[in-house]
Design a protein around this ligand. Structure first.
Ligand code: ATP
Ligand code: MG
Length: 389
């Protein structure tokens, strides 16, 4: 089983996009695999093949887990290589199927080029007859107990009996960069995952009120970023001290607007970081109506604070759907750990749910926005999140 065949969803890809996608996907696959576990990753006729080496043969589980986290792969399979002769295909199909427990089977051959002298259907029939004779099993085309796939591509003939589902989506990097406002709650890690799935490389920004709150939120966000990092291989986490800004807002603005003002400042600071990082969009975990700060009115008000594009991947999702996805991507258990959210400090009893941009603009007149944003950006610390985090 020294080859892995990777397939990607190619239907939507045309022209130049396709080659950008393919080149990025090769790089991401190479990056994801355990170091020193493979000889090459090669694109041939609309799929990739990976040749794993001796060391890789001992690391199959790790390799599988790595490829399951590479966006852009729709499915992959560990395969045997055969000579491009009918007799070898029969022999290898027999060997592979012998290892499986089944009553009915099917051979599913595909030729990428038309060089091989038999058609796919002829291969299915001839290899199938051989298996019937040797194993005394029956052919069943719909829902068979086992399927033996044969792909004849260029000089290769690759055979496999099980497909492993990939994540789909687009390879991280093909869609440029975005900055994710990562809170440590349940939603924003899922929003980050969705952004990465559409090919965006994401930079994480977290606002904290340390030293007025303990360090738990920072540690938690680092761990969440570590889980998300497995989908993009290296990440940056900006930690922004937010307590001074909160103090200013607390002293100088109406209580009911506090949370909205926290948000407008977060977005402005994130916009600054996005400029520095050459990112084109901000990503948040907002979902309409989930909490007081996420009514349509309030979302509109805060969006007006910046010019940058703000994307909200979860905007029309129910909490239950979001939780399911958080469990799937392994961030849920971290997100529910207790922590002191900076925004929960000094939360008013009756936050504004129907804000209008005018009243917020008036409230902001009492705040030195430029100075506060500049200071916060100056005081950020950056954590590099690597493979081992
Ligand atoms: P989450 O579960 O992502 O925290 P939430 O439902 O608790 O979301 P809010 O706390 O209102 O909602 O936050 C809305 C969005 O604002 C978050 O999804 C996140 O993108 C951003 N955000 C909130 N607090 C922070 C923070 N401390 N640091 C970075 N981003 C934040
Ligand atoms: Mg939150």
């Amino acid at each position: 089983m020294e080859y892995i065949i990777c397939h990607y969803g190619e239907l939507a890809l045309k022209g130049k996009n396709r080659s950008v996608f393919e080149r990025r996907l090769v790089k991401n696959i190479e990056r994801s695999l355990p170091k020193g576990s493979f000889e090459f990753v090669k694109r041939i006729s609309g799929r990739f093949i990976i040749k794993i080496n001796k060391k890789g043969l001992k690391q199959k589980k790790k390799i599988k887990e790595a490829l399951e986290k590479v966006f852009g792969i729709s499915y992959f399979a560990f395969g045997y290589s055969c000579e491009q002769t009918l007799s070898d295909m029969k022999k290898k199909a027999l060997e592979a199927l012998k290892k499986k427990n089944f009553k009915t089977f099917r051979i599913s051959a595909k030729r990428a080029g038309k060089d091989f002298h038999l058609t796919s259907q002829q291969i299915n029939e001839k290899v199938g007859e051989f298996i019937i004779e040797k194993l005394k099993k029956k052919v069943k085309l719909k829902n068979p107990g086992a399927t033996c796939f044969l792909e004849i591509v260029e000089k290769y003939a690759l055979l496999y009996t099980s497909k492993i589902r990939g994540l789909g989506g687009l390879p991280v990097g093909v869609s440029g960069r975005s900055v994710v406002l990562l809170s440590g709650g349940i939603d924003s890690p899922v929003a980050a995952f969705r952004a990465m799935k559409r090919g965006m490389r994401t930079i994480f920004v977290h606002f904290h009120a340390h030293p007025y709150t303990d360090k738990a939120s920072i540690e938690k966000v680092k761990r969440i970023a570590g889980v998300l990092n497995k989908f993009q291989f290296d990440s940056k986490l900006y930690l922004v001290p937010f307590a001074d800004i909160q103090k200013e807002i607390l002293l100088n603005s109406p209580a009911k607007l506090r949370v909205i003002l926290y948000r407008t400042f977060m977005l402005r600071i994130a916009e600054d970081i996005a400029k520095k990082e050459e990112a084109l969009a901000l990503i948040t975990g907002d979902s309409v109506g989930q909490v007081a700060s996420q009514t349509l009115e309030n979302l509109r008000t805060v969006s007006l604070a910046t010019k940058i594009l703000i994307l909200r991947p979860l905007i029309c999702r129910d909490k239950e759907e979001i939780i399911k996805e958080a469990i799937n991507i392994n961030t849920f258990n971290l997100s529910i750990l207790p922590h002191q959210d900076c925004c929960v400090r000094f939360l008013p009893l009756h936050p504004e749910t129907r804000s209008n941009p005018k009243e917020v603009k008036i409230a902001e007149k009492n705040l030195n926005i430029k100075k506060l944003v500049k200071k916060a950006v100056k005081d950020v610390s950056i954590v590099e999140i690597g493979d081992e985090s």
